[in-house]
Design a protein around this ligand. Structure first.
Ligand SMILES: Nc1nc2c(c(=O)[nH]1)N[C@H]1C(S)=C(S)[C@@H](COP(=O)(O)OP(=O)(O)OC[C@H]3O[C@@H](n4cnc5c(=O)[nH]c(N)nc54)[C@H](O)[C@@H]3O)O[C@H]1N2
Ligand SMILES: Nc1nc2c(c(=O)[nH]1)N[C@H]1C(S)=C(S)[C@@H](COP(=O)(O)OP(=O)(O)OC[C@H]3O[C@@H](n4cnc5c(=O)[nH]c(N)nc54)[C@H](O)[C@@H]3O)O[C@H]1N2
Ligand code: SF4
Ligand SMILES: [Mo]
Length: 712
């Protein structure tokens, strides 16, 4: 056996940790953290180590699969691509372009090649029915950036390495390693922050792993962050502590804010929020008086009833205390590949509400619709009804609200194609599964996540494993599919598709990358990246304003959609005095050994104690006569799930927490390890009608429901 050691990075989550991989060209023998990596500095988590298991997993698909009824058959790539393109073209010719839907999942962002080429498929399909996983994720973040700074790619990232004060709402970086904040080894960075004399405060309905090591933690009632933040700002206005500093010249609308925020005094919000008025005011003062501070929110502030308002108010807090775009505050990155111009090139300019979804009228953003519209658009007859669906690197049956409804909807499709490496809860419904090469089998450059990192670095990782014989990479699958669909259409479309595909193939992902690096602000060449396999350090974050703001050079402090949505937030105050209901609020939880829905087929990640348990505060358990270890039924508007209970005062009273991504007991999958550790899917009980009305983002946190003993 010929053993080799190579460097790469982990593409499993946003932290892109540097890896040292021992392998024999076909199989991974071991994976460890790369101590010389400029960003991760040796950090690795259990999932990174388990990358070997996914890479070697006998259940991972290596050849296309065709389903006839319940029977699966391996077929060749050429035949599979022809059949898929033929069926899709036929349905579009019969029912129009919008009869084909496209769902794009999270791993699409992991490398440059899939990310860059997927758009070509979307363009050649010409459908408006594009559904991104970001509408159960960071859509409010992207939308807020688009409305405030003119680009959805202008994302303020906590400058954690220089900050003196960090206010974290609804994020658990110790477990997640950050999101829209690429921060491997965050634990060490937080310890360094404290050594510098800095502090961090966590606001979360659960005393999370991050809260447990923070200087302060405050429970907050799910869905009320916007009230909390508005009250902090209200305090700063009242006490004349608004000091945007050099940003002031760039701000539009500052004089209107005091009045808009006037209903939200700390006293007015404290009941709804569950944090005392004095504490809210004190936190506002602490934030404003810190030499540098940054407020950061993620899933808990994004995927909730007021996801966009909360995200907006986080930015206002950073801006109005002068902390946006200054060292130690919330900064924009200067990555080797700048996403802004790239997004413009791809036509993703972050426009909003140009059209609405067919059934419930949810707003388009950036040419895509919120996933909350997916099931109904398949189920509801009429012009534009979705009759065929392509899923790319996504598992909506477990990852989107009301999974069972999606399962039923998928069963009714005329044709479904999954481009996925597993036959899982979603792809089992497909007529065809196309499994691309995976992970270390392809050249990779994490252009999305590098652009969100707390330090500017760049790493290019060439493929180190052989691809399965005959297999294609994600980018080749989507390119070839688009080309063959075009070929069926005839006329001008046919020529366009052929030409576009030929040019794209000729440039290829590395050609595109070479060009993007050259155009980027750091002038790093692909050659240099090839010579420096650990990655290149490009230094700390640098101020980017006003340059990043584009033509107007202004930050729009009160975008119209936010202004329109504020009365909805004010109504939340009126409801604050109501007696507490029987209903509990369900929130999500991530665990170190899970990665959304798709790594439970790794023995070393699922062995040991069951992590798919419901967490409840002791008082709530006692009131219901429940004890730890018992099986309970969680019931919501849309579903009932049965799950073991754990009781802990790390939960806020009235709130229960459950991880998502489980529920691997569905027939027709090929996940032999995951099946034995099935758990239940939280999303079976998450109501798909629950959305942040402004953006259409699904509410995953703060879902009302009841919990009782299984046999009561
Ligand atoms: N209740 C609740 N629901 C949630 C969340 C929550 O916090 N609570 N979180 C949400 C978030 S943040 C996200 S990002 C979404 C994720 O939603 P999705 O992206 O839909 O789901 P994942 O579980 O990430 O599934 C990824 C899929 O991609 C496949 N895959 C992995 N690597 C590759 C690859 O290289 N190529 C291809 N073609 N396929 C690949 C896997 O087999 C799997 O089927 O889930 C959301 N759902
Ligand atoms: N180990 C692991 N790491 C991951 C992933 C994974 O599945 N496992 N997934 C990756 C992905 S796709 C993403 S998007 C990121 C997500 O990264 P994070 O957002 O950091 O992770 P979450 O655990 O979803 O954190 C959300 C927090 O919000 C809290 N919360 C719930 N409701 C509210 C609320 O109304 N207000 C406030 N203030 N807090 C609330 C929850 O208790 C939870 O602690 O993680 C990434 N990293
Ligand atoms: S933190 Fe994320 S990127 Fe780092 S090893 Fe774990 S899964 Fe991979
Ligand atoms: Mo995510």
């Amino acid at each position: 056996m010929n053993t080799r050691t190579d460097h790469s990075f982990c593409m499993l989550c946003e932290a892109i940790c540097g890896l040292v991989v021992e392998h024999d060209g076909q199989r991974v023998l071991s994976v460890r953290g790369d101590a010389e990596h400029p960003l991760s500095r040796g950090h690795i988590c259990p999932k990174g180590v388990a990358l070997a298991d996914v890479q070697n997993d006998p259940d991972r698909l290596r050849r296309p699969l065709r389903r006839r009824g319940e029977h699966w058959q391996e077929i060749g790539w050429d035949e599979a691509l022809d059949e898929a393109a033929g069926r899709i073209a036929e349905i579009q010719q019969r029912d129009g372009d919008d009869a084909v839907g496209l769902y794009v999942g999270n791993p699409t962002n992991a490398s440059h090649s899939a990310f860059l080429f997927l758009d070509l498929l979307a363009t050649s399909l010409g459908t408006r029915d594009r559904f991104p996983a970001n509408s159960v994720d960071a859509l409010p973040r992207l939308l807020t950036s688009s409305l405030l700074y003119g680009r959805q790619t202008s994302l303020p990232i906590p400058d954690i390495d220089r900050s003196d004060f960090l206010l974290i709402l609804g994020a658990n970086p110790i477990v997640s390693n950050g999101s829209v904040m690429t921060v491997p080894d965050v634990g060490r960075r937080l310890r360094e922050l404290r050594k510098r004399g800095g502090r961090w405060v966590v606001v979360d309905p659960r005393r999370t792993e991050s809260a447990a090591v923070a200087d302060e933690h405050h429970f907050i009632r799910p869905g009320t962050d916007a009230l909390f933040l508005a009250a902090m700002l209200n305090t700063l206005f009242a006490e004349q502590r608004i000091e945007p500093g050099r940003l002031e010249a760039m701000l539009d609308g500052l004089d209107q804010l005091p009045e808009l925020l006037s209903p939200f005094t700390p006293g007015a919000v404290e009941r709804a929020v569950g944090i005392e008025a004095a504490t809210i005011a004190r936190l506002a003062r602490d934030f404003a008086s810190a030499p540098s501070a940054t407020c950061y929110g993620r899933m808990g502030t994004s995927t909730q009833e007021f996801g966009t308002l909360a995200t907006w108010l986080i930015d206002l807090l950073n801006i109005l205390t002068g902390n946006l775009d200054r060292p130690g505050g919330a900064m924009f990155t200067t990555p080797a590949v700048d996403l802004g111009p790239l997004a413009s090139l791809l036509g993703q300019v972050g426009e909003f509400e140009r059209w609405r979804s067919r059934v419930s009228g949810l707003p388009e953003f950036n040419g895509e619709l919120p996933v909350a519209a997916l099931a109904e658009d398949i189920e509801t007859a009429g012009r534009g009804q979705i009759r065929a669906l392509i899923t790319h690197a996504g598992n909506p049956v477990l990852s989107l609200p009301n999974g069972p409804r999606l399962s039923r909807a998928f069963e009714g499709l005329d044709f479904m194609l999954s481009i996925d490496v597993y036959r899982n809860e979603t792809s089992r419904h497909a007529h065809l599964i196309l499994p691309p090469a995976f992970g270390l089998e392809q050249d990779a450059y994490p252009l999305v996540y590098q652009a969100m990192a707390v330090r500017n670095t760049a790493q290019y990782a060439p493929a180190i494993l052989e691809k399965p014989a005959g297999s294609l990479e994600d980018w080749e699958v989507v390119l070839e599919l688009g080309r063959r669909i075009g070929a069926q259409q005839g006329g001008l479309a046919r020529w366009q598709a052929q030409l576009q595909a030929a040019v794209a193939r000729w440039i290829g992902p590395s050609g595109a990358l070479r060009l993007l690096l050259r155009l980027g602000p750091q002038s790093v060449s692909l050659g240099r990246l090839r010579r420096e396999p650990h990655g290149v350090d490009l230094g700390p974050l640098e101020p980017r304003l006003p340059g990043l703001l584009g033509k107007g050079r202004h930050i729009c402090l009160i975008p119209e959609p936010m202004r329109r949505d504020l009365p909805r937030l004010a109504q939340k105050l009126d409801g604050a005095g109501r007696a507490p209901s029987e209903r509990l609020l369900l929130i999500g939880r991530r665990t170190l050994r899970s990665n959304n829905s798709w790594m439970h087929n790794c023995e070393r990640l699922v062995s040991g104690r069951n992590r798919c348990v419901l967490l409840m505060h002791p008082d709530d358990a006692q009131q219901r006569g429940l004890v730890a270890g018992q099986r309970v039924v969680v019931e919501s508007e849309v579903g009932r799930i049965e799950v073991p209970l754990d009781v802990s005062d790390e939960m806020m009273p009235g709130v229960v927490s459950l991880p998502h991504g489980w529920g691997h007991d569905r027939p027709g999958t090929q996940l032999r390890v995951a099946e034995l550790h099935a758990g239940v899917s939280m999303n079976d009980a998450v109501d798909d009608a629950g959305i942040d009305a402004l953006s259409g983002t699904s509410i995953l946190n703060g879902v009302p429901g009841t919990v009782e003993a299984r046999d009561s």
